[in-house]
Design a protein around this ligand. Structure first.
Ligand code: PHE
Length: 369
């Protein structure tokens, strides 16, 4: 970890330009959470709440900061006027998760809408319902509770649209029949994706760190399972990361035997250089925050902004078009797709920041009188 045992929070914030980091703690329940607000140039910050066991505070902070930044870029690629944030709740084996979620919800409410949240790795609709008992600024509870419903099936639908567009660009046909896909992670998004791919006639192999979950899928869908470490070498047309981030890195890229990397996970690349490594190997990479943005349309679009079902549905299909645009420009400029996606997002964020800098402050219209 950088900086030895020190967190160096400001240094880390300055590196990526984060606006605010909030540390939340509750003595009684042992709840510990970090809310990272990256950038609000495009609007108030939104991002999921992750519940995971972290080896250290440094790891939790790093995860929150990197994921929050990804959300800023994700929103910049959508038509949603929202900025990027992320929260991590540090789980512990003996903690009462429901109580922690509620206490955390009170902290979210105190931010008065500057930050709003929804599900992420380790938080499903039932967990979101706990948070929703304490704050208005959470979306993604089940439809039975009057909420938007889970975002994961929809994220998978968008990823599917992205995979088809990527197949088309590489093989000249979008049809998944007779194509092979290696799924890393069979959780909320990976599992939904597995169902869709199998139904479309693709050959699917999968893995999951949770062996019971993996074998449930294998039995039901007839998937072939491989060990989590063996998935990288598995020959396939599409390698699809759907678990925690950073799995596409210097060590793993040389082991990949695929033409395409396209999946639902956030922060798939270990570092920006990995975009170049994939490019150099001729592997087409679907930038993570573009291909997985459909879920955000459920949470921030349908939930927060009140977008219609038709609007949200169209947005998922349009993911294919967004990727084609990136692929075309990357090919024309002979640059990594990850870099092209970043550049376009950064242009949009900078333009919004410039116009905000010129806008009159609230005091100008008497708000502070
Ligand atoms: N966690 C999901 C994502 O990263 C869904 C989500 C989007 C949750 C936006 C909250 C806000 O896209």
């Amino acid at each position: 970890m950088k900086g030895g045992s020190q967190l160096n929070v400001f240094e880390r914030m300055a590196e990526f330009g984060h606006e605010q980091v909030i540390f939340c703690h509750d003595q009684g329940s042992g709840m510990r959470a970090i809310i990272a607000v990256h950038n609000t140039a495009l609007g108030p910050a939104r991002g999921g709440t992750r519940y995971a066991n972290y080896a250290s505070e440094e790891d939790a902070l790093e995860d929150a900061l990197r994921l929050a930044r990804g959300m800023t870029y994700k929103f910049a690629w959508t038509d949603m006027p929202r900025g990027g944030a992320k929260a991590v709740l540090m789980g512990s084996p003996d903690a009462d998760k429901a109580v922690q979620l509620r206490v955390y919800g009170r902290h979210v409410e105190l931010l008065a809408g500057r930050f709003g949240t929804g599900p992420d790795y380790g938080t499903g609709p039932a967990d979101i319902a706990e948070i929703a008992r304490e704050t208005r600024f959470v979306w993604g509870t089940g439809e039975d509770l009057g909420g938007t419903g889970d975002s994961s099936p929809f994220t998978a639908e968008g990823v599917m649209a992205g995979i088809l567009a990527s197949l088309d660009v590489v093989f000249g046909s979008p049809h998944p029949r007779a194509r092979s896909v290696a799924l890393q992670g069979l959780g909320a998004v990976g599992g939904e994706l597995a169902e869709r791919l199998v139904a479309a006639g693709a050959t699917v192999v999968g893995c999951d760190v949770d062996e019971r979950r993996a074998s449930r899928f294998a039995d039901r869908l007839g998937l072939t399972l491989v060990a989590p470490e063996a998935i990288y070498e598995h020959p396939c047309d599409v390698f699809s990361p759907n678990a925690r981030g950073g799995t596409i890195n210097q060590q793993t890229i040389r082991r990949l035997r695929t033409r395409i990397v396209a999946g639902g996970a956030n922060n798939q690349l270990g570092e920006p250089a990995d975009g170049h490594r994939l490019h150099a190997r001729g592997i087409l990479y679907a930038p993570d925050y573009v291909i997985n943005s459909a879920g955000a349309y459920i949470i921030a679009g349908r939930g927060d902004l009140g977008y219609s079902d038709a609007h949200v549905r169209h947005a998922a299909i349009a993911i294919g078009d967004a990727l084609r645009l990136i692929y075309r420009r990357a090919a024309a400029e002979d640059r990594p797709t990850a870099e092209i996606a970043d550049v376009i997002a950064e242009e949009r964020i900078a333009a919004a920041a410039r116009s905000r800098a010129l806008a009159p402050g609230p005091a100008a219209n008497g708000a502070h009188a």
